[in-house]
Design a protein. Structure first.
Length: 171
C-alpha cells in the first residue's frame, strides 16, 4: 500500500475568489447570497502574525480567506469538486473488496492510496491537474508518500519509483 499525502500551499490561506464564487453558483446557492458574499469580501484588510511580530494591516482586495465558517465550507467544496472531477470513475484508486477507496481531503490536506506504483504516478498527474486548475501547489516539505509493504515489495516499488518518479509539483 502506498499512501500519498498532499498539503496545499496558499498565500495567507487565500484562494481564487472567482473560482469559489463559481463553485457557490454551481452548488445552487442563491445568487443574492453570492453577491452579498462578494460585497462583504471586496475590501479585506489583514494582519499576519509571525513568530516575531504582527505585521501592519494591509489591503489584499477581494478575497475569501480561510478562518470563517462559511469560507471553510466553500473552500472544501471547491477543492472536493475538482478532485471528484478528475478522479471520478478512476481505475487507479484502491478497492476494498468491491468498494472504491476514494481520495480523502480535510481542509488543505489530501490523501489517496494505491497498491500499484503506476497508479500512484497516474494519481499524481491527476493531482497536478487539480492543483493547476485551482492555482495551488504542493508544500514540498509536507507532501510525499509512505510505503506500507513487505521488504521485497518495497525494493520493487523503489526501483519503479526510480524508473517512473512521482511528480506532485514540487520537483
Amino acid at each position: 500500500m502506498v499512501v500519498t499525502l498532499v498539503d496545499l500551499v496558499k498565500f495567507f490561506d487565500k484562494e481564487e475568489v472567482y473560482d469559489e464564487l463559481a463553485t457557490m453558483q454551481k452548488e445552487g446557492i442563491d445568487p443574492k447570497c453570492i453577491r452579498i458574499w462578494e460585497k462583504l469580501n471586496r475590501r479585506c484588510n489583514i494582519k499576519v502574525k509571525t513568530g516575531v511580530r504582527v505585521t501592519e494591516c494591509f489591503d489584499v482586495g477581494l478575497t475569501i480567506g480561510q478562518g470563517g465558517a462559511g469560507a471553510v465550507l466553500i473552500s472544501q467544496i471547491n477543492i472536493d469538486d475538482a478532485i471528484n472531477e478528475y478522479f471520478k470513475g478512476s481505475d487507479e484508486e484502491e478497492f476494498y473488496g468491491c468498494v472504491r477507496m476514494q481520495s480523502m481531503s480535510f481542509q488543505d490536506d489530501i490523501q489517496f492510496h494505491n497498491s500499484i506504483w503506476r497508479s500512484v504516478v497516474v494519481n499524481g498527474i491527476k493531482m497536478n491537474y487539480v492543483l493547476n486548475e485551482k492555482g495551488q501547489e504542493c508544500h514540498p516539505k509536507k507532501s510525499g508518500f509512505i510505503v506500507f509493504v513487505t521488504k521485497k515489495y518495497k525494493e520493487l516499488i523503489t526501483k519503479e519509483e526510480e524508473d517512473d518518479p512521482l511528480w506532485l509539483g514540487w520537483n
